[in-house]
Write a protein that binds this ligand. Structure first.
Ligand SMILES: [Zn+2]
Length: 271
């Protein structure tokens, strides 16, 4: 049995990782895959941060991964990945990474991702769509991300079938050079070249009820005040989240410091 101080310290470290999941460095393999998939889309993949684990407020969500802005700066974008599902060297894992990276590109396409903490314009759109349509594949923000993911998976599957990898869960870590060569040869042009976010169009389309007025001029005029109100609510929700997240996170981090202090005190008295 280890000493009490050591046990408290270990618990404290686990708690810290629960609050702020640790960062994993993007392997050269992933950088090359992403550069090829998002070729010409001007995303600096080296500056995107990947985390092993979902953030604390999402532990009970069902997401496999989530892409979110940095809490304490105005530019960085973070991809969080559920620990139990992290497999960057499998067809399934890579496809999810490609999907999340589509959202990174979307963040960057709205004012280059700038804002303050969680207050980013892309997130206002996302909240707006999420509240009206949920996590549906039809959601106009999710739809292109899913189609890029599907296009990528199909092409990768074909390329990997040639070298005998057919299981979507199989790790090809030991054969990554071979995989990359086949992928490059088979899928040279899968970049979503034409994709560009149209902010106002999306804002309109993500307003509940918008689809009913799609082709009616007067309907659209009627919808306009509702669209403004709905998006002001989404704006308020984004601001509230941008303020609340760092406050709640600080409280959790104080808990971590208390645990560390307790471990220190136990070590001092020899426990
Ligand atoms: Zn998505």
């Amino acid at each position: 049995m280890s000493k009490l101080s050591v046990r408290i310290r270990n618990k404290a470290e686990q708690f810290y990782e629960w609050i702020l999941p640790r960062e994993v460095e993007l392997s050269d393999f992933l950088v090359q895959v992403l550069a090829l998939v998002y070729n010409g889309m001007h995303v600096e993949w080296k500056s995107v941060k990947f985390h092993f684990g979902l953030p604390w407020f999402m532990h009970y969500a069902t997401n496999e991964a989530s892409t979110q802005p940095g809490t304490y700066d105005g530019h960085s974008i973070h991809v969080y990945y559920r620990k139990s599902m992290w497999s960057p060297y499998s067809i399934r894992g890579l496809s999810t990474i490609v999907h999340e990276c589509f959202h990174v590109m979307q963040y960057r396409q709205v004012l280059d991702g700038w804002g303050v903490g969680y207050f980013r314009f892309f997130l206002i759109l996302y909240f707006s769509g999420y509240a009206s349509l949920g996590r549906s594949r039809k959601h106009l923000i999710e739809l292109p991300a899913y189609s890029e993911e599907d296009k990528f998976r199909e092409c990768l599957e074909k390329a990997l079938a040639e070298i005998g990898i057919t299981d979507p869960e199989e790790s090809f870590y030991d054969r990554q050079d071979e995989v990359l060569a086949h992928f490059k040869g088979k899928c040279p042009d899968i970049s979503p070249h034409a994709y560009k976010i149209k902010f106002w169009k999306l804002m309109y389309a993500l307003t509940p009820g918008a689809f009913k007025f799609h082709s009616y001029y007067f309907g659209r005029i009627l919808l306009f005040p509702w669209m403004i109100i709905w998006n002001l609510i989404a704006l308020a929700a984004t601001i509230l989240f941008a303020i609340l997240k760092p406050i709640l996170e600080s409280i959790l981090l104080i808990g971590y410091l208390i645990m560390l202090t307790a471990a220190g005190a136990c070590a001092l008295v020899g426990l």
